[in-house]
Design a protein around this ligand. Structure first.
Ligand code: RIB
Length: 315
């Protein structure tokens, strides 16, 4: 494994996407939608995003031993991802996400976790070398908590930095601590973890400082069209978003995290890396689906250059 490897540990899903006029309320059926089946899962999206942004990526995930697994693994390989950490389990199905997207690009996602919750702490221990040899571990909260907690502990004891994207946030089974060197959350996740209403840039700043106090050296609260707020060593700053036409926000946060990981390993300054990740994420929301929306390195560089020439985005 190359010394500068990003090891992503996380979920993979088959995404069943329906684009609708509006998201159904409880008990409501909405007709007239369009359908697309692609692959996703927060872990897989971040692995793909990091690889397409130029990172050397190794992915630890668990799939069912079903009809989806061979194609998913081949797709990872097509993106240059090391799949030696992909586990297949006979007794479970590959994770499935039912993704509903409205006309504004907003989504609701229901997940049948399947194999993503079948990954155990023992599976993670089996991958200890892959964790210890990495330059950076990237994780999310979509696999079994005991596996996530064990991975964080192994990385921490080997002094390998962990970027933890606390998504989705439900029940907070994985404690926020200094073992997460970098914590990335959106407004909803920040609200729940910090125990406060997070609205706009000011709310993101307050939550980011509070989460920073809980241990992570870097906290980034992402705000969609309002960019993100970063706190690093008690110093905070706002990074604006790029103005684009939004088609589908699915995997925008994942694209941000994967691109951020790749940029950090290139030793860009944190602020520069966040701007790079913001550009990658801006491209992804102009396209439909998870993997199909994730940009390659040349596209990110070209977009960032074009935006720089165009000058600052109006507020
Ligand atoms: O973050 C987007 C992802 O969330 C989708 O790809 C879906 O699979 C769910 O995990």
């Amino acid at each position: 494994m190359p010394a500068r490897t990003i090891t992503v540990i996380g979920s993979t899903n088959v995404d069943m996407i329906s684009r609708l006029d509006h998201l159904p309320a409880v008990g409501e059926s909405v007709t007239g939608g369009t359908f697309l089946q692609t692959y996703g899962g927060k872990g897989a999206n971040q692995a793909v995003a990091a690889a397409r942004a130029g990172g050397e990526v190794s992915f630890i995930t668990c799939l069912g031993d079903d009809q989806y697994a061979p194609q998913i693994i081949q797709n990872f390989r097509n993106d240059g991802i090391d799949t030696s950490g992909v586990i297949k389990r006979k007794e479970v199905h590959t994770g499935v996400a039912l993704v509903l997207v409205d006309q504004h690009g907003r989504n609701s996602i229901a997940i049948a976790s399947g194999a993503n919750f079948a990954i155990t702490a023992a599976d993670i221990v089996h991958e200890t070398d892959c964790i210890r040899e990495a330059a950076l571990i990237v994780m999310q909260n979509e696999i079994s908590p005991e596996a996530a907690i064990r991975a964080i502990d192994i990385a921490h004891s080997a002094r390998i930095p962990v970027m933890f994207n606390y998504a989705p946030v439900s029940g907070v089974p994985v404690p926020v601590s200094a073992k997460m060197n970098m914590l990335v959350v959106n407004e909803t996740e920040a609200s729940q973890l910090a125990g406060m209403d997070v609205i706009g840039v000011d709310g993101a700043r307050d939550a980011a400082y509070q989460l920073h106090e809980m241990g992570p050296a870097v906290v980034i609260v992402t705000l969609g069209p309002d960019g993100s707020y970063v706190v690093h060593q008690n110093h905070g700053y706002h990074v604006p978003a790029y103005k684009v036409k939004v088609l589908d926000t699915t995997a925008a946060g994942d694209t941000f995290c994967g691109a951020l990981a790749a940029a950090i390993l290139e030793e860009m300054s944190l602020e520069h890396a966040v701007r790079f990740a913001t550009a990658a994420s801006a491209i992804s929301v102009t396209r439909v689906g998870a993997w199909p929306s994730i940009p390659k390195r040349q596209e990110i560089d070209a977009f960032a250059e074009k935006m720089q020439e165009a000058g600052p985005t109006p507020a």
